[in-house]
Write a protein that binds this ligand. Structure first.
Ligand code: 5GP
Length: 108
């Protein structure tokens, strides 16, 4: 059963995609908590941070490189931003497809 984020990655459901390559996709959060609120996801389904394995290292390192690039693209490279990864229930994770929140555009 594909996650809702896999459907966004595969463009089966709409989202405002701001960056995509063969490893990761970045799109606007549907319920933004800041003027800039982007979700950056690996194109492959890794459910949670607790499911990360050594073979994911390159993809997850790339996630940070893309976060920096998208932050600059959104005009918050200089002002700064917050990167968040929630893990499972107590971590506040709602969508079980690993994702990084990129938040900025105001003082957090
Ligand atoms: P989590 O709590 O799992 O770390 O964050 C999930 C995030 O996904 C939430 O900020 C929520 O607003 C966002 N979200 C959930 N469903 C959708 C969707 O269908 N499209 C988009 N663009 N964002 C979504």
């Amino acid at each position: 059963m594909p996650t809702i984020f896999s459907k966004i990655v595969n463009r089966e459901i709409p989202a405002e995609i701001v960056f995509q390559d063969d490893r990761v996709t970045a799109f606007k959060d549907i319920n933004p908590l800041a003027p800039v609120h982007i979700l950056i996801v690996p194109n492959i389904e890794i459910p949670t941070a607790d499911d990360i394995r050594p073979e994911h290292e390159a993809t997850l390192g790339h996630l940070f490189v893309v976060a920096q690039q998208v932050a600059r693209q959104m005009g918050i490279g200089e002002s700064g931003y917050r990167l968040i990864v929630n893990c499972k229930g107590d971590g506040g994770q709602e969508v079980f497809h690993l994702h990084m929140h990129l938040l900025g555009g105001r003082k957090l």
